[in-house]
Design a protein around this ligand. Structure first.
Ligand SMILES: Nc1ncnc2c1ncn2[C@@H]1O[C@H](COP(=O)(O)OP(=O)(O)OP(=O)(O)O)[C@@H](O)[C@H]1O
Length: 249
């Protein structure tokens, strides 16, 4: 790490309590005769408030891991614990409640409703949440206070992604899961979106997991988890983390 980068980095506390734990979690997709072992038995803990980057080549199992953590997909084996709750044998209704209350998702494509304004897209979530922030406040957190009444088609790609982030965090989730959030964005816009994710993590304490192919983004993380061929091949802990403005790729 160079001196400028170090100066811009924030000192980090050691990891907090365990928010989520995967114990020997695996996933095999079965397609007729073909079995794809997308995730081999894997142990991983997520700590409260950390910023984790999941790094790995295409097809290495990153999305499979993230979707299992978020309750979008069921593992083939192993145990999932969220705080004191065992999610392993949760039925559909329980998993839906878990996702709705505790998990925010951000994907590469923004999945906004085209006929609703930025504010209305966020309100769709705040209206069904237990303790949401105000939708306009969530949009202000991502720097879109001047764009509340714009429709998705009237927003740039980066602005649309920031609406998607506002929608994901407005319910104050404990866990924010982002699958290639900058994948569809140009360099500067991608950096802006990373800056927003870092700010949310720092200011709200939301445990954040970001999937990327981009190794440079790893410098932002408290921990970097490398995945290869359905296995965790290494975990690096950073005592300091770089601000997105200071990383380059
Ligand atoms: N629904 C599915 N049915 C069958 N195989 C699948 C399914 N989803 C993923 N796979 C396979 O599982 C493996 C891991 O896929 P996964 O999407 O988790 O990788 P990834 O690391 O997220 O890749 P990428 O970076 O390209 O998104 C791949 O070989 C993929 O083809």
């Amino acid at each position: 790490m160079n001196a400028t980068l170090q100066a811009a980095s924030a000192e980090r506390e050691p990891p907090g309590e365990t928010l989520y734990q995967l114990i020997q979690v695996s996933k095999t997709y079965v397609m007729g005769e073909l079995e794809v072992p997308a995730l081999k038995p894997t142990d991983l803990a997520l700590y409260r408030g950390e910023f984790m980057v999941l790094l790995g080549a295409s097809g290495s199992g990153k999305s499979t891991l993230l979707n299992i953590i978020g309750g979008l997909d069921l593992p083939s084996g192993g145990t999932l614990r969220y705080l004191d709750f065992d999610l392993t044998d949760a039925d559909d209704a329980t998993l839906t409640r878990f996702r709705r209350r505790h998990v925010g998702f951000v994907f590469q494509f923004y999945n906004l409703i085209p006929s609703l304004t930025a504010l209305e897209n966020v309100q769709l979530v705040t209206e069904i949440s237990d303790d949401p922030m105000d939708a306009a406040e969530a949009l202000a957190l991502v720097g879109l206070q001047e764009r509340l009444h714009h429709f998705p088609a009237q927003l740039s790609g980066g602005e649309q992604q920031r609406v998607a982030i506002a929608r994901a965090i407005a319910k104050r989730p404990h866990l924010l899961l982002c699958d290639e959030p900058t994948g569809a964005l140009d360099y500067q816009t991608g950096k802006l979106v990373l800056t927003v994710l870092e700010r949310i993590n720092r200011e709200l304490g939301t445990t954040t997991v970001v999937i990327t192919h981009n190794a440079a983004i790893a410098a932002m993380a408290d921990r970097v988890v490398r995945i290869g061929s359905g296995r965790i091949t290494g975990i690096e802990c950073h005592a300091t983390r770089a601000s997105p403005e200071d990383i380059a790729w």
